[in-house]
Design a protein around this ligand. Sequence first.
Ligand code: ATP
Length: 491
Amino acid sequence: MAEKKNEQMEAIVSLAKRRGFIYPGSDVYGGLSGTWDYGPLGVTLKKNIMNLWWKMFVEDRDDMYGVDAAILMNQKVWQASGHVDTFVDPLCEDTVNHRRYRTDHILKDKGIDTDGLSMQQMDQAIMDNGIKSPDGNPLSESRTFNMMFTTQVGPSANQAINTLEHDLHVLSMGSGLDEHEIQKPSKYAQVIRDYINKIDTNVTYLRPETAQGIFTNYKNVVDNFYPDLPFGLAQQGKAFRNEISPRDFVFRSREFEQMEIEFFVHPDKWQESFEHWIEQCRAWFDALGLPADKIHDLEVPEEDRAHYSKRTIDFEFDFPIGKEELMGLAYRTNFDLMNIQDNAKKSMEYQIKGTNEKFVPHVIEPSFGVERALMAVLASAYTEDEVNGEKRIVMKFPEHLAPVKYAVSPLLKNKPELVEKAREVYQILKKKYGAVMWDDNGNIGKRYRRQDEIGTPNCVVIDFETIEGDGMVTIRDRDTTEQKRIAIEQL
Ligand code: ATP
């Protein structure tokens, strides 16, 4: 069963590359692990998903405000939010070749459930079960690894340290000192670097979640619009996590996109909003065309919840790689706004209109990952069937997500009168739908196969009857392969 699933994953990854959906990042230079680039069809599919989300949760609602915050934020944001201290994964190392792994992944791959286990308990489980690295070598004890990418804003003292380290190293190399002494400058430099990272205000992080950009703008929006509670702020954008072992295609990337909502509620009413967002998440899965029986709610136990959460539901999906988290829904209490209030010394209180009642609102956060939604859409759409005794691969995207809505072809590409008419039809459809492809490569059968693989719901063919007789065109349905003749105006 697992093999069959992996085969399906491989088939999807291969189709994604072959047909211009998703390429490995920096591929020409041998790649950069955990990064992916979107090709012409992938970027359209991704935008269709993100636009659908924006329409559903921002445009179609009266209680939602969109924001788009900077990716680079003041380092105090990440200190106050707890990410500097606690946004960590357990890392262990192959003691021979020094390859690094996530300890919980090593255990999970051996079928051992790590839910609720501390890092020490995971190390114990590795010892008790005699688990080795994937290369068969002993594993080190685990240590915590912070997943945020550090970066510098403007010139940094860190650069001066790097230069100093380099100069000292060059000096000591020619000084006849022994190996131990030669290593010293680097060790001192690291101590200084760690210290500077703590005090240097130029150091910051690529945001590991979009949520903080919402919290830091909460007060701006309240002051500008003074919305009634409950109301939400929504944001889409890049997030970065230095995952120890990125894997499973785009599922676990180092650079990915999130679509997050912070829904501000009265502290006494968080439960009803939580229920509301459970329903909204389900409506979203439905809009993506994901089969309901492949989605599972996991009520996350306290010991596994993020440091800020009082209740979390992970919505898991039956991906080809197994049942894994698609998105999360968390009750973040007033943790983040209180942190801002305490650290920035600015009131985050909300006053109920017409009353003296004031409080720091609590928050329900549905956090949607774009790549995981896209991977679920790809997996649900991927179908193998048989047409006229031949195996066919077809991506059965819901029409509103399909990157190309119509493909238009002249029956023969060397007949100018057919090409001219087909171009006319192409222009009409292009104006109407935008996502229309001209396809005159190879014979009709090959064009249909190609369009099936990219999930085009409708293929329109202009033949001699169109120009000589009835003015009708052939339209072929992707899923049933049924062909009908209809008038151009009916398209
Ligand atoms: P996981 O347990 O799988 O690492 P998480 O619980 O850390 O995920 P959250 O912090 O809840 O994830 O992030 C919210 C959403 O962002 C996830 O449900 C997922 O859709 C997406 N996401 C998180 N990390 C990644 C990643 N490395 N690559 C792609 N999407 C991600």
